[in-house]
Design a protein around this ligand. Structure first.
Ligand code: CA
Length: 234
C-alpha cells in the first residue's frame, strides 16, 4: 500500500508534534510547517494527500494558506479552529475546507477525521456516473459540479457531498448522526455536540447558496432533500 503524506501546518510545537507522532503511528508520512509561507511552499513540493491546517500562523494565516494551495491544486484540508463559532463562520464562508476540528482535540479524534476525509476522497474518485436532481438543482457526480438551469453553482466538497447524498435518497429523512457517518465518514463521535453543529452549519451554508427549500428540516428527526415537484419533474 502506498504511504500517504500528511502536511501539518501549525506553529505551536506541542500540538504539531502530538499530531505528527499520532499520524506517523498510523502509517502516514508526516511533514510539519511552522508558518503560512512554509506551509504553502511544502504543499507545492510534497503534494500531500491531505493538509492539517491551523488558522493562527506567523507569516500569513491559515485562510491565506488555503487560498494559495487551492489555487495550485485541489488538496483535502482539515482546518483546526479555536471555537465552534469560528467553525460556523468558516463553513458559512464556503472556503473549501473538507472538515474542521475545534481545539482542544485529542490526537485520536484528529486521526479519525483525517481517515474519514481520505475515505471520502477515495470514494469521490470513483463516482457513480449519474446525475442527482434536488430542488431544481442538478448534481453531476462525475464532474462534481452543481448547476441550476444554465447557472453553475459553486459548492464546497462537503456541501456537494451532503446535498448529493440527500438528493440520492429522495423522501428519506436522516438524523444528523447518520449524516455524519454517511457523508462525513465519521466512525465515532457522531453523537457529539460539535458533530451536530458541523451538520447544521453545512446545511445552512447550502441553503444560503440554493435557497432554504432545497434541504427540509424534519423537526425532531433531521434533514431530507426537497420534495419533488408535483408533476414529478424536479
Ligand atoms: Ca497557531
Amino acid at each position: 500500500m502506498q504511504v500517504k503524506t500528511v502536511l501539518v501546518v501549525e506553529d505551536e510545537t506541542t500540538i504539531a508534534t502530538a499530531v505528527a507522532v499520532r499520524l506517523r503511528s498510523e502509517g502516514f508520512r508526516v511533514e510539519v510547517a511552522h508558518s503560512g509561507p512554509e506551509g504553502v511552499e511544502l504543499c507545492g513540493r510534497l503534494r500531500p494527500a491531505l493538509v492539517v491546517l491551523d488558522l493562527m500562523l506567523p507569516g500569513f494565516d491559515g485562510l491565506e494558506v488555503l487560498r494559495r494551495v487551492h489555487r495550485e491544486a485541489p488538496v483535502p484540508v482539515l482546518v483546526l479552529t479555536a471555537r465552534d463559532s469560528e467553525t460556523d463562520l468558516l463553513v458559512g464562508l464556503g472556503l473549501g475546507a473538507d472538515d474542521y476540528v475545534t481545539k482542544p482535540f485529542s490526537p485520536r479524534e484528529l486521526v479519525a477525521r483525517v481517515q474519514a476525509i481520505l475515505r471520502r476522497v477515495e470514494r469521490a474518485e470513483t463516482p457513480a456516473d449519474r446525475l442527482v436532481r434536488v430542488g431544481g438543482v442538478e448534481l453531476d457526480a462525475a464532474s462534481r459540479r452543481a448547476r441550476r438551469g444554465d447557472e453553475r453553482v459553486h459548492l464546497t466538497p462537503t456541501e456537494f457531498d451532503l446535498l448529493y447524498f440527500l438528493g440520492d435518497h429522495p423522501g428519506v429523512v436522516f438524523a444528523r448522526e447518520q449524516l455524519l457517518v454517511e457523508v462525513w465518514g465519521w466512525r465515532d463521535g457522531a453523537g457529539t455536540a460539535s458533530g451536530t453543529r458541523t451538520v447544521d452549519s453545512h446545511v445552512q451554508a447550502v441553503r444560503r447558496k440554493l435557497g432554504a427549500a432545497v434541504i427540509r428540516t424534519v423537526h425532531g428527526i433531521g434533514y431530507a432533500a426537497a420534495e419533488p415537484e408535483p408533476d414529478g419533474v424536479q
